[in-house]
Design a protein. Sequence first.
Length: 225
Amino acid sequence: MTPTPTATLVARDWAEIQERMLVPLYEAVYDRLEVGPGDRLLGLDCGAGLPLLLAAGRGAVATGVEADPARRALARERLLEVLAAPPSAPRPYDALLAFSPSPAALAAALPAVRRGGAVVLADWGPAERCTVPAVLGGGPSPRDLDALVEGAGLTPDGSGRVFCPFGYADVDSAVRGLVSTGLYAGAADPALAEKELAEALHPFERSDGAVWLPNIFRYVIARTG
């Protein structure tokens, strides 16, 4: 399926503005797992591929899964291996990284992880510690990661919290970056939603026009049986 021009623009906003905001989360997880040469990582909903690039920079072999054709195309422009669905080959991966997966998506990806392999699930942290979406609104409440681990039959093996501030050059960049997350995709009037979002961002503007949105993300580590 060929991405529409609008979908391509939104995907580029994700790649050029937004996805770097999660670098502290990815790096904290990779440090915790001691990701390095010889490790094989599967990134679920990997977007334009930045988490794969970070893993590859540590010497790991990283493969992504991304359903959105526009984001998948951008990841492939970076010469990354990105699939439209989880691989069918059984258990070739040492670790799975997933942000807010549904139970069905997690179940589909788990067969690709070796026995005893790590499964890392991440999502927004406590509402009082997240500017987005608690203050700006948009999107569902964070998933209960512990319940997701239990429901998937995984063994808990630790958790952590990571400070991931969203910083933008100006309000326009902030709106474009936040819209690219998909948090506001359900708005009946997208133009009105963007206008309201821009207004909601003004209290977070600094004197130089930059926008600063502090957030805490939580991750849990589990092991396959």
